[in-house]
Every structure is written in C-alpha cells, then in structure tokens.
Design a protein around this ligand. Structure first.
Ligand SMILES: [Zn+2]
Length: 360
C-alpha cells in the first residue's frame, strides 16, 4: 500500500470511471497547490505500449499517459505561468513528474513517444514553435522536439493545439469514420483544423487551418493580426464579451464584468441585446462555414471550445445559416456537430500522434 500511495501522490486526475475497477486516491500537497486524484490500476497492460500526450496552453499544461483507445492512465497538470516561468522548463517539469509517477506504479511501462499539442504557430516539420503571441512571452522559437528527444530518448511529435483536437475527434469522437471535415475551436480566440482525405492538412510548414483569421468582412473590425473582419473578432468568447460590453456602454450601462458565459445566459433568457451580439456571431460563423464548405467540400463541421457550450441553438442556427447561404449541392448532407471529447481532447489527441505518425 505504501508504494501505491507514493506513486499515486504524483497523480492529478484520471478521466474514466469503471465501476468494476479498483481505485486509489492520491493527494499531492505542495507549497502552492494541493492536487487530489484517483488512479486506476486495471487499465495498465504490460504487453501494451502507451504514449505521453502534452497539451500546452497559455494558462495550463496538461500531460498524460494515454492508450490507443484514448484512455488516460495517469495525468498531471501544471499552471503555465506564462511570462513568469520558462514554458519549456515547465513542460519538462510536468513530463518528469508524470514519468516518475508512472515508473513507481508500473516499472515495466513502455512508451511509443511523446506527442505535443501546443498553443501558438507550430513548425510541424521541425517540431518547434514558429511564433507565439504575447499570451506566452518568450515561447517563440522554442525547439520542443530536439530538446525533449535529447532529454528522454523518445520520438517527439509537435503540432498545434487544434490540429491534435481534430485528430482526437477523428480517431475517437464525432469525426470517427469521416475523411473530410473541419474543426472550429471557439475559445479565447478561434482556432481551426482541416482534415482532407483522412489526413490533417498542415500546409508548407504547419500553419494551415488558421481559420480564426479568415476574414468574413473586408471592411470589418480590425484584428490583432493586422487584417480586418477576421472570424475571431465575431466568434471568440473574448469578442462576444467585448461586443456585449460595447452595446451596454452605448446604452449608458457600462459593465466591465460581463463575460461570454453571461452573454450566453442572457441570450437563453431572451435578452434582446445579447441576442443581437449572438446574431452577429452566428452570421459571421455562417459566412465562414459556407466559404469553408465551398473550398473543401467537407462532410462534417465540428464546433468546439467554450462558445460551443452556449447551448444547442448555436448549432441549430448555424445549420439554418449554412442551408440559406451555401450552394444547395454543397450544403446537402454536411453535418454540423459539437465536439464530443471535452476538456482532455487536446492531451489525448497529442498522444495519438504516436500512432498516427509513429512506426507500427
Ligand atoms: Zn486576424
């Protein structure tokens, strides 16, 4: 029991609950954070091999040991502390703790490699960060693959965060069995991924699918990227909150606190101001999705991120918009669905790269 408790100390949380399985509770008490989690043992199969998936975001880094079926054996989360700490060091730290925890629980565990899904623009060929915004200062140019391969002696794959979510949805989620689909992740910003002929589209260096900066209005709202009318200016949670605050201020009711979730709640309750904000969001998304349907001829559009949780009417309205705007021959049969895999899909999809691109 002592060794179980020691090993479990490293765990944060595991995803899957199996009522027939045995669990142990692990508590990790640190100077700033206390993490408690549940670890299961029956998932481990010594004859199998596993991959490490790491999801690097502006606020959190999640790392986990993941099976081919997307089950999480053990996971560890760390705040990114962007701007305060070196992000690569934080990533190394979380992988180290994960490996130490796993080797105590399962000394004979074998890994296929480490898959990374990261915020920022990723050079897919090099496994490096081509550019990261001020969201993660000092992260641009980080040579993740070469640093981690050297340190751990494992193969490392690096892709952007939305591409790995699309990979998870393709292998385990709503994209199962689909070879042509598009993912839109509507969160703080808007990210995208394109799957064509069963493969993720990477482009010349890995930047393909930056759908948040597809313009839906050449006279539209100026965007941080320098262009105008980018989808992100209408469909991100940040922009939804900002446009609501602007409308409130114009009516002499400034509210600095209003966030996207408040707008969704007001929208559900029939508030006309929130409805006007969301009408604009739906119009922009409908325009963008229609263009994407004409360009890529997909069979499925997956809507993910926090904005996708605003309620079922978002997807219903998008279906109506697309059938109104797209050429009927193109719109026919295109499914628009919300993502299925939830918060851990970035970490799971990151790990799945080991099977997608690794040698059999
Ligand atoms: Zn832009």
């Amino acid at each position: 029991m002592a060794s179980i408790r020691e090993g479990a100390m490293q765990a944060d949380i595991t995803e899957l609950f199996d009522p027939t399985s045995r669990y142990a509770i692990g508590v990790d008490i640190g100077g700033t954070k206390i993490n408690a989690g549940i670890v299961t043992y029956e998932l481990f199969d010594p004859a199998s091999n596993y991959a490490i998936g790491v999801d690097i975001g502006g606020t959190k880094i999640n790392a986990g040991i993941v099976t081919y079926e997307g089950e999480i054996l053990l996971s560890k989360s760390l705040e990114t502390l962007a701007g305060q700490e070196n992000t690569v060091h934080r990533v190394q730290g979380v992988i180290q703790r994960l490996l130490e925890g796993a080797s105590k629980l399962w000394p004979d565990i074998r890994y296929r490699g480490i898959g990374i899904g990261s915020a920022g623009q990723v050079n897919w060929q090099e496994g490096s960060i081509r550019h990261a915004s001020e969201l993660i200062p000092g992260y641009s140019g980080a040579q993740l693959r070469s640093i981690l391969e050297q340190q751990y002696g494992m193969t490392v794959w690096v892709d952007n965060d939305v591409n790995v979510i699309a990979l998870a949805e393709m292998r385990l989620g709503v994209g199962l069995g689909k070879r042509q689909f598009i993912c839109l992740a509507l969160g703080t910003g808007v990210g995208g991924a394109v799957v064509a002929d069963g493969r993720l589209l990477h482009g010349a260096w890995g930047g393909a699918g930056e759908l948040g900066h597809m313009s839906v209005d050449f006279r539209g709202i100026p965007c941080i990227c320098g262009a105008r009318g980018c989808l992100e200016q209408y469909a991100s949670g940040t922009s939804i909150a900002r446009r609501m605050r602007e409308r409130l201020a114009a009516r002499g009711k400034p509210d600095e606190q209003v966030n996207a979730r408040d707008v969704f709640a007001l929208w559900q309750a029939g508030d006309p101001l929130a409805a006007s904000v969301m009408d604009e969001t739906i119009a922009a998304l409908g325009t963008a999705i229609t263009s994407l349907i004409h360009i890529f001829n997909p069979e499925l559009i997956i809507i993910g991120g926090g904005v996708a949780e605003s309620g079922p009417q978002l997807v219903d309205r998008l279906r109506q918009e697309v059938s109104r705007l797209a050429m009927p021959s193109f719109a026919e049969g295109v499914q628009i669905e919300t993502a299925r895999l939830g918060n851990w899909s970035g970490m799971i999809g990151a790990a799945l790269q080991a099977w997608e691109y690794g040698k059999q």
